[in-house]
Design a protein around this ligand. Structure first.
Ligand code: ZN
Length: 400
């Protein structure tokens, strides 16, 4: 199997173990350890108290979320979609051979999602595209630019702004330099906070924050800030990242997690630099101070209970430690896993891994719209994306 094959087919079957790292009961202990050691001066908060099951709320979800609760006023909404992985290819299968990939139909799925968002009674403020917009196979067929153009032309039909996240498949097709100068760079949509230069991201990574609605800040993270993908092999950063990868993965095939105690250390994943985490910490500090609610977006998931352990960001614990040292984060959206996942962590942050478009049959769908209320966010999933209720932490829910 070539590297390109593996790149396009995802991790091998034996390594896809779901959330075996960290049970919820272990979360608080882990968070205390992480908050104390691995990130500069985080202050761990008390975990959110156990809350009663909310599943019954799902029964009342319908197409008019504004009518869900007499006390809830819909503030705004936003769309989410992940892993479109378009290629002009016949259908194929993932590496395990058990999940079909609809390379061409993924574009039709995207069109369907856009038509839905465009015809919503109240337009979403924006759409979050969670990465892997075209498949790595395009590089093999020298079709990367053509496929990207096709998908981006489709996105042009969307009446609202789209924020693009970068995933591993972006780097199978393009260099980081190319992406920085491409339409996949939506940093021009960022908001800047006057008199707070510490909240301005560096140009060394692709991350920014924006405010689609007053008091709600969205942060787009670069999960391949530390990565051997898309970087010039002669650069110091490549050597630094290769060293990190090799220290944790002795396999000759760096895409293989075989035998690893930390199976996320594979080539198709990446991590967050300390510089980016420090920046994230500054933005979250500002949001805490200003009583904002925060949504974070990254191609790679960071919470083991919501993801296959082999799909996590290399240093997911560092990202969790930063997030857990603040009270403002409501939810963390990621792609990459294709089969989806959800868990609320001990600090009341909701982790959602969105089901991937690429493995969605033509007669189904894979996207969602998140409706934002004063006390919660509600994901209305379409097709194989389930509905989710994301209540705010209790200490903050009454601020609006
Ligand atoms: Zn991916």
């Amino acid at each position: 199997m070539t590297a390109a094959d593996r790149a396009s087919s995802g991790p091998p079957p034996d390594f896809r173990r779901r959330g075996h790292f960290l049970r919820k009961s272990q979360g608080a202990a882990l968070s205390a350890r992480l908050a104390g050691g691995e990130v500069a001066q985080p202050v761990a908060r008390e975990p959110a108290a156990a809350e009663p099951a909310r599943e019954s709320c799902l029964e009342v979800m319908d197409d008019k979320p504004g009518t869900l609760s007499e006390n809830s006023e819909l503030l705004f909404s936003f769309g989410v979609i992940a892993d479109i992985q378009y290629a002009d290819l016949e259908d194929g299968y993932n590496f395990q051979g058990n999940r079909r990939r609809y390379y061409r139909h993924s574009l039709l799925h995207l069109r369907g999602a856009i038509e839905h968002w465009n015809t919503e009674g109240r337009l979403p403020r924006c759409v979050l595209q969670l990465g892997d917009i075209i498949d790595g196979y395009n590089a093999q067929y020298k079709a990367s630019e053509k496929s990207l153009e096709l998908v981006m032309n489709t996105f042009q039909m969307l009446k609202v702004p789209v924020h693009h996240t970068w995933g591993n498949h972006e780097f199978y097709n393009f260099s980081r330099n190319y992406l920085t100068n491409s339409k996949l760079n939506t940093k021009f949509l960022e908001d800047q906070i006057v008199h707070h230069p510490e909240t301005v991201p560096s140009e060394d990574y692709y991350a920014y924050h924006f405010v689609p609605f007053p008091h709600f800040r969205f942060i787009l993270l670069d999960a391949y800030d530390l990565s051997v993908l898309g970087v010039d092999q002669s650069s110091p950063k490549y050597q630094q990242c290769l060293k990190i990868l090799r220290e944790h993965n002795p396999n000759s095939e760096l895409n293989s997690p075989q035998g690893l105690s930390e199976p996320q250390f594979v080539q198709f994943n990446g991590g967050f630099s300390q510089e980016q985490l420090n920046w994230l910490n500054e933005v979250l500090t500002f949001s805490d101070t200003n009583q904002e609610k925060v949504v974070i977006v990254s191609h790679l998931p960071i919470y083991p209970e919501a993801s296959d352990s082999v799909c996590l960001a290399w240093n997911y614990r560092d990202a969790l430690a930063v997030i857990w040292s603040h009270k403002c984060v409501v939810c963390f959206f990621a792609g990459h896993t294709h089969d989806g996942g959800y868990s609320e962590d001990p600090f009341g942050v909701h982790h959602i891994n969105l089901e991937g478009v690429i493995e969605t049959a033509p007669d189904s769908q894979a996207f969602g719209t998140v409706y934002v209320y004063p006390d919660k966010m509600m994901l209305k999933g379409r097709g194989r994306v389930p509905d989710r209720i994301m209540n705010y932490k209790k200490e903050n829910a009454s601020q609006f």
